[in-house]
Design a protein around this ligand. Structure first.
Ligand SMILES: [Zn+2]
Length: 325
């Protein structure tokens, strides 16, 4: 029997987490009070549009660069409390529209907050996101920003938003340039659209990992390709249920992906909106999918080896993982 404290001490990385979706709940309530804004997120969403509205209302709570620093510091502190030694956090500075300052100022505030929260227990890097639905000019801004900070806290270029309406092929050039600059391609796919969208991220964007990717299961040839190339899927089961990708855990493909040899990490995606932490996701995978200690350790191992965690920190975590359980 694996206890919750075992799951907290399990050394792991969290590779699928959105900055505003990871605002500490008490902090979100405090920021809402300060501004007099309505803030009452639910935990289920009939469609992506409803989720996006909630996401944007959380972003609206952030009014200063100091708010960003605080949220970032608390994110790393909360990760440490979950036994997460390394987090990769999706951030899209252009979505602030310049209201807190330049994109660089937004990113630097987040990096400052991460540094303030970091220590031996935990640290974090940034995935600069491209929003599929914004004009290509915004993708160019994200690319330039990610490239400028490639050796200073940014680990990759992400892609999120309306997957069905704005296919990966629109961003081939942007991701080629990111890879040339030494950044990893870390797009979202296989959530709002099917396996073709996942395949496009692999073949056209050169994805190192895929955030979500779960609908790859609909194409056995693609599942084989992901296993062969060891492309990790950063899976968030509770988010998939909250956003109605699957109607129940019984339908969720996590156990089939694992059985097919696809590398998988577990993440919380947006704990503020879904109400679940990464430890909750491990617990859920044990309870719903019957995972045992070896499966849990394998997922944690994948999360560390598929990440951009600095080598010393990773080696220490892998050594601790070998002693876990
Ligand atoms: Zn996500």
């Amino acid at each position: 029997m694996i206890s919750t404290s075992d799951l907290v001490t399990l050394p792991k990385a969290e590779l699928h987490l959105h900055f505003e979706g990871a605002i500490r709940a008490a902090t979100a309530a405090e920021l809402a009070d300060r501004s007099g804004r309505q803030w009452s997120p639910t935990s289920t969403y009939p469609d992506l549009a409803a989720f996006v509205r909630t996401y944007e209302s959380a972003r609206d709570l952030v009014e200063t660069l100091d708010d960003l620093r605080r949220i970032a510091r608390e994110l790393v502190e909360d990760a440490a409390a979950q036994g997460v030694v390394w987090s990769e956090v999706h951030l899209v500075p252009p979505t602030y529209g310049g209201r807190l300052g330049h994109d660089e100022a937004v990113l630097e505030a987040v990096l400052d907050g991460f540094a303030a929260g970091s220590g031996p227990a935990s640290a974090a890097g940034v995935i600069i996101g491209v929003n599929r639905g914004l004009p290509l000019e915004a993708a160019g801004r994200s690319l330039r920003l990610a490239t400028a900070y490639a050796d200073a806290g940014v680990v990759g270029l992400g892609l999120a938003g309306d997957e069905a309406g704005f296919p990966a092929a629109l961003f081939t050039d942007v991701f080629a340039r990111a890879r040339d600059a030494g950044l990893r391609a870390l797009p979202h796919a296989g959530e709002g659209a099917g396996p073709g969208s996942v395949r496009a991220c692999v073949e056209e964007l050169g994805a190192a990992r895929i955030n979500h990717g779960v609908r790859a299961i609909e194409d056995p040839g693609l599942v084989e390709l992901l296993a062969e190339r060891a492309i990790c899927l950063d899976v968030c089961p509770s988010s998939n249920i909250a956003l109605s990708v699957y109607s129940s855990m019984a339908e969720h493909p996590l156990p089939r992906l694992l059985a097919a040899g696809v590398p998988v990490s577990l993440g919380s995606d947006c704990p503020l909106f879904v109400g679940r932490t990464v430890v909750d996701e491990y617990r859920l995978a044990i309870e719903h999918f019957g995972l045992g200690p070896a499966d849990v350790a394998r997922i944690a191992h994948t999360s560390l080896t598929a990440s951009s965690c600095p080598p010393d920190r990773r080696d220490t975590a892998l050594a601790a993982l070998s002693r876990w359980g």
